[in-house]
Design a binder for this molecule. Structure first.
Ligand code: AKG
Length: 199
């Protein structure tokens, strides 16, 4: 499998690994169709005292009790794993060695759907989480930058996997910016750890 590592123990550059062809086209197409049927919700976020719709649809699946709160106001309660998402999780764990408890889906319906600069550093994931991100559908630009530094762009392709290694969320920010280009739906699945006790 093709792999692009921008990280080394001695000279960390960007602590991510990108696998452009993690899923073959057929598997990616079938997973995309499955994901379109997931329970997508339009959540509301509070920014600078104003409540507004999150600029994308979201869903969450995972282990019982692995509730997830982000930006201190968006509360996500996992639905039970679907077979396809659970199998995908197992495949990523087999490749990377990282274990996950939840997957959060983002659906970008058009170029105006986006996610701004942030780090995935919610305490419920524990310290130094590894996060694995699968992209399906339209190709969108993903940017990552060291805090206070300059961004590097990735074009996250249909069926690709981007792994953000432990430590990345403390040193780097990432985003999927809006685009004026005409783009169709993109689905992103981020597999994450969680500190809730296992049942
Ligand atoms: O859509 C993506 O590739 C990134 C999603 C993301 O940054 C997040 O869910 O925190």
């Amino acid at each position: 499998m093709q792999q692009l590592t921008l990280f080394s123990e001695s000279a960390p550059v960007i602590p991510v690994t990108y696998y452009p062809d993690f899923l073959g086209t057929e598997a990616a197409n079938s997973l995309y169709q499955h994901c379109l049927q997931l329970e997508w919700q339009q959540n509301q976020i509070r920014i600078a005292g104003k409540t507004m719709p999150v600029p994308r649809l979201e869903c969450i699946y995972g282990d019982y009790g692995c509730d997830y709160l982000y930006s201190k106001c968006v509360f996500l309660k996992p639905l039970t794993w679907t077979e396809q998402l659970s199998n995908l999780q197992d495949r990523i764990t087999a490749l990377t060695g990282y274990k996950f408890r939840i997957v959060i889906g983002n659906q970008y319906r058009t170029g105006t759907d986006s996610i701004g600069w942030h780090a995935d550093n919610e305490p419920s994931m524990g310290s130094n989480p590894a996060i694995a991100s699968v992209s399906l559908g339209s190709c969108r630009k993903f940017q990552i930058k060291p805090i206070g530094g300059r961004p590097t762009d990735f074009w996250l392709e249909h069926g690709s996997l981007l792994v953000m290694h432990p430590g990345c969320q403390s040193t780097h920010l990432h985003q999927v910016p809006k685009t004026n280009k005409v783009v169709s739906t993109r689905i992103n699945l981020t597999f994450r750890p969680h500190t809730a006790r296992s049942r």
